[in-house]
Design a binder for this molecule. Sequence first.
Ligand code: ARG
Length: 359
Amino acid sequence: MTKEILNEAKEFIHTYYKEANKPEEQLMQRLHEIEKEIHDFGYYQHTYDELDYGAKVAWRNSNRCIGRLFWESLKVIDKRHLNTEEQIFEALLNHIHYATNHGRIRPTITIFHQKTEQHSVRIWNHQLIRYAGYQTEDGAIGDSDSIAFTKECQKLGWTGNGGHFDVLPLVIQIDDRPPKWFEIPDEFILEVPLRHPDYHWFEDLQLKWYAVPIISSMRLEIGGITYSASPFNGWYMGTEIGARNLADESRYNMLPRIADLMGINRKTHSSLWKDRALVELNTSVLYSFKEDGVSIVDHHTAAKQFQLFEEKERNAERPVTGNWAWLIPPLAPATTHIFHKPYNNEIKKPNYFYQKAPY
Ligand code: ARG
């Protein structure tokens, strides 16, 4: 166990000192320090600079992410010292506020206490801001992806409004204590009501989405150390909302209604009603976010940015790894360069990993 941490630590520190051009003596000194710390306590503490670099490189190594060009711009907020649920709640509100930035979204990560044998911090939410899902007799209401977590929140005493877009509370657990839940005050939640540049009926659908996707269920692993609570965000690519969240049959399933309002024949697949409805839904997402001054990227621009990332990495002599099935956008994939080449899906560390749900 400690042997493994030490090996991972060595590899990480070596890469960091090399990439940061730090002198050899300092490297040796730091390695000794870490070795002693692991020997005495079983773990070691990252310096702020190591944490900052590790979180950024974990993004750089995220094979499924098309947005990695911006990995160096990640703002790393160190909250490792917090030890009450209330303090952590406050730090999460702070994250939401800083990252949202009135729509000019800033890629941000907040890192809480590292996981040890004795200690663990978990945020039960999949994302800090997400809509509840309710199972009813005539189908799901809201985001069906959230049904299991919504039930947990209700068990803890939260009562949702039973609407399509109820923002879930934050659920924070420290060690084996019972989790505590906190409602996010409305003023922290930026949302974009959807409308369409040509179809005025579009707003009658009363669709909307929140501005900032802040993943909070994954763990960050740096040099053998795990941060089990380390919520991070970028900004949305339009298709995540327009071609998946609002379109998937198992999510908000909006394509049939949009096709009907467009007056397209749904009796035959060959009318391409799904494709045509998808394009207009995605047009509406990009149009509405842009008009409201909320950061978003279309999939063509994102693919170009990813191409630039690949070029930069090649120049730095770091082979790019990637997961093709995730990198291609769900709309018009073959119009991007990504579709036409293979990617090596090898997992490098530091990285962000799934972890078992705490409920
Ligand atoms: N696909 C997820 C969602 O629709 C968000 C994943 C992270 N996306 C991002 N652009 N950073 O909510």
